[in-house]
Design a binder for this molecule. Structure first.
Ligand SMILES: Nc1ncnc2c1ncn2[C@@H]1O[C@H](COP(=O)(O)OP(=O)(O)OP(=O)(O)O)[C@@H](O)[C@H]1O
Ligand SMILES: [Mg+2]
Length: 364
């Protein structure tokens, strides 16, 4: 399961610098707007101390983390939805992502051009949101027209769908994002297939100066205010520092972070927050060959979780032997877990929990 996070924001706010720190893909980052035209794609491993520790305990040959995909998208400007600054092409790249990482400039630097002239997170966020919403309005208006045509037959279901989509249209028209449209989950299904841009979950990433990394600043507070309204997550990072951290090995990295007064690298926090925003959890498999992390959606049952490894595991699923990471780490080995009677036998209705260590029994 590969999930895509799209890095979105105004031009020259640090999107490519962030992307480069995240991945080894080497996108061009420079101090001029519209430096990026074609999207850059990178697969980024999800950091997980539990996996590191399991790998040490099991002494397996290989350690394989799970990953998410990041896409560095070109900067959007006011008028993008009408095609300004190649806006239509850029917006279409956003349609393909599962999560929007919205980079907001929260640093002051006279040498780095701001396309709107000064730093103003609330205004900047509004510009991007407005473009997404305007694009969605186009899509929704078309849908309304189609449904109106279909509704002539008097079909009750179609009439209901039309009513929901019309309400959504009104919601968008006054500048609200589709993700804040309150509607029954069933009715949400009606417009899910439209893949609306403003319906995607958002994670705000505040790009601050090195000095404000541990303290934050008033611009970050502004972003938090906006995010609270939408119930979105906020992560603070310094793209420039992250680029430097990415060059260091693990020991150097820890020392550098301590010096900066922060617990973990912004990127690690960002990847984790993105993972959580997407409703994803991790389970592990551990053996002499490899210790590996696997991604599933929260609420997935054991056979479907097994299917992520191989479809045969799902088809021929018999049962799962499982133990939580916490118990495994406490007891120190699979044998110790079994001796303590802590290895559980779970059937096809078991809902896999974050951090479970799993062994699937199957039959093909
Ligand atoms: N926290 C920061 N402090 C100071 N300068 C920064 C910071 N983050 C990024 N920059 C600088 O801002 C400039 C623009 O960065 P970058 O190319 O990553 O922007 P972008 O959002 O990808 O732009 P575009 O939309 O044009 O592709 C670069 O010169 C970069 O070094
Ligand atoms: Mg760029």
């Amino acid at each position: 399961m590969s999930l895509k996070c799209g890095i979105v924001g105004l031009p020259n706010v640090g999107k490519s610098t962030l992307f480069n720190a995240l991945s080894d893909a080497g996108a061009e980052a420079a101090n001029f707007p519209f430096c990026t035209i074609d999207p850059n794609v990178g697969v980024v491993p999800v950091p997980d101390e539990r996996l590191d520790h399991l790998h040490e305990l099991v002494e397996s040959k290989q350690k394989i983390p799970t990953s998410v995909e990041f896409v560095d998208i070109a900067g959007l400007v006011k008028g993008a939805s009408e095609g300004k600054g190649k806006g239509n092409a850029f917006l279409s790249h956003i349609r393909e992502v599962d999560l929007i990482v919205h980079v907001v400039r929260c640093f002051d630097d006279p040498n780095v051009i701001h396309v709107e002239g000064d730093v103003d997170p609330k205004r900047d966020i509004r510009i991007i949101e407005d473009e997404l919403i305007l694009k969605d309005l186009e899509t929704v208006e078309k849908k309304v027209e189609n449904l109106k045509r279909d509704a002539k037959g008097g079909d009750k279901k179609v009439l209901h769908n039309l009513e929901v989509v019309q309400q959504l249209k009104e919601h968008l028209e006054v500048g609200n994002a589709a993700r804040t449209f309150e509607v029954d989950p069933e009715d949400r299904q009606i417009f899910r297939e439209l893949f609306l841009l403003s319906d995607k979950p958002v994670l705000f990433a505040c790009n601050v100066s090195e000095d404000d990394l541990d303290s934050g600043n008033e611009w970050v507070d502004e972003v938090k205010e906006v995010a609270a309204e939408f119930e979105d997550e906020v992560v603070t990072f310094c793209a420039k520092i992250e680029a430097e951290i990415a060059e260091l090995d693990e020991d150097e990295k820890q020392a550098f972070l301590e010096e900066l007064g922060v617990e973990s690298a912004g990127l690690d926090r960002l990847i984790k927050a993105a993972y959580e925003e997407l409703g994803l959890i991790t389970y592990f498999t551990a053996g002499p060959k490899e210790t590996r992390a696997w991604t599933i959606r929260r609420g997935t049952k054991a056979p479907q979780a097994a299917g992520v490894i191989h479809s045969d595991f799902e088809k021929g699923f018999i049962r799962a032997e499982t133990v939580s990471y916490a118990t495994y780490a406490e007891l120190g080995s699979e044998k110790a877990v079994k001796d303590a009677g802590k290895m559980r036998q779970e059937g096809k209705d078991y809902v896999v929990q974050d951090g479970d260590v799993m062994l699937f029994r199957f039959n093909v």
